[in-house]
Design a protein around this ligand. Structure first.
Ligand SMILES: NC(=O)c1ccc[n+]([C@@H]2O[C@H](COP(=O)([O-])OP(=O)(O)OC[C@H]3O[C@@H](n4cnc5c(N)ncnc54)[C@H](OP(=O)(O)O)[C@@H]3O)[C@@H](O)[C@H]2O)c1
Length: 300
């Protein structure tokens, strides 16, 4: 098994301006090897700068590059320019792309209320089509480098939720696309990671939207009030632990609450406490929301 964590890496993270993407940038920034580069993408440059400052605080001197980009309209050329102008000498041991940007696309309408094909196209451009395009560009930019493709998925790739036709459709299709990628690229590592229900601005936006379906609203209000939303840092640390242990089959859908995630976190904690962690991986410091918690069966 070739290491993904702790080696010289090029790591591209979309949607890194806030929420889970920011947590992923920080956790990956802590564990990449010397000479690595993080390339962070989102629309809001000021928020990307804040993410960069947080990462550099934890890992002074790490190369953190920022690109303001609208993933709904970005195309092959935009992606090629963004990657090629930031990968420096390109002699990385591993190139990792983490597709984290995503939107809910819900406003209380049922799937039988949806008739606007332009609206659907915009949703799927942002939540599916650009992901396929960026993976292809990524492969062409790193022809001789080991590549790791990560899809930030959701339990809703597997389960339905009323009024979330776009979200469930997008997440499910992304999982399928990444499974195809795994069989087409057996030399790469492909992971569909479902991070669990997270306390991020996405959930705040959902609760602030007056059109949100009442059943959905009650479910998320309950999770927020009862402290059942995970800290993004804990879920990001779990994903890093999975990449370190690689105890999944390429293309698998692994949820934060799955046994593989718990096992990876246990190994991580054991390695850290015995001083055996070569690259100083962060471990979750929140036992209450750790990977051993029961699967709530809900979340975004
Ligand atoms: N929150 C949860 O409970 C939960 C659960 C399971 C899975 N997830 C998944 O985890 C991922 C991150 O979720 P989150 O909760 O952190 O969401 P969030 O707080 O809403 O953050 C979304 C990120 O995506 C970026 N983004 C949105 N539209 C974009 C566009 N057109 N172009 C470029 N970037 C865009 C945003 O940046 P800008 O606005 O700066 O562009 C932001 O950085 C998503 O894929 C989500 O589906 C979340």
């Amino acid at each position: 098994m070739n290491d993904i964590i702790g080696v010289r890496s090029f790591v591209l993270i979309t949607g890194a301006s806030r929420g889970f993407g920011r947590a992923l940038a920080l956790e990956m920034g802590k564990v990449v090897g010397a000479g690595s580069t993080l390339l962070l993408m989102a629309r809001n440059m000021a928020d990307l700068e804040t993410t960069k400052a947080i990462v550099r605080d934890a890992r002074p001197g790490l190369a953190v590059e920022l690109v303001s980009i609208d993933l709904e309209t970005a195309n092959r050329e935009t992606f090629e320019n963004a990657v090629r102008s930031n990968y420096g000498s390109g002699d990385h041991s591993v190139a990792v792309v983490i597709h984290n940007a995503g939107t809910l696309g819900q406003d209380g309408r049922k799937i039988t209320d949806l008739t606007d094909i332009d609206e659907m196209s915009r949703y799927y451009r942002l939540n599916l089509f650009h992901v396929i395009c960026l993976n292809s560009v990524f492969k062409s930019c790193f022809p001789a480098t080991r590549t790791v493709y990560i899809n930030i998925s959701s339990i809703l790739a597997l389960q339905p939720m009323v009024t979330w036709g776009h979200y469930c459709g997008g997440k499910s299709a992304r999982d399928a696309v990444f499974r195809v990628l795994a069989v087409e690229q057996p030399e790469s590592v492909v992971l569909n990671y479902a991070p669990g229900p997270l306390d991020t601005p996405m959930v705040d936006d959902l609760l602030a939207d007056t059109q949100t379906d009442q059943v959905v609203r009650t479910m998320f209000e309950d999770m927020k009030q009862n402290g059942r939303l995970l800290r993004p840092a804990d879920s990001a640390a779990t994903m890093v632990a999975l990449l370190r242990k690689q105890n999944f089959k390429s293309g698998d859908h692994v949820d934060y609450y799955d046994d593989a995630a718990k096992e990876a976190m246990q190994s991580n904690t054991a390695a850290s406490s015995s001083g055996g962690s070569s690259s100083g991986a962060a471990t979750s410091n929140s036992s209450s929301s750790g990977a051993a918690a029961a699967n709530t069966g809900s979340g975004v």
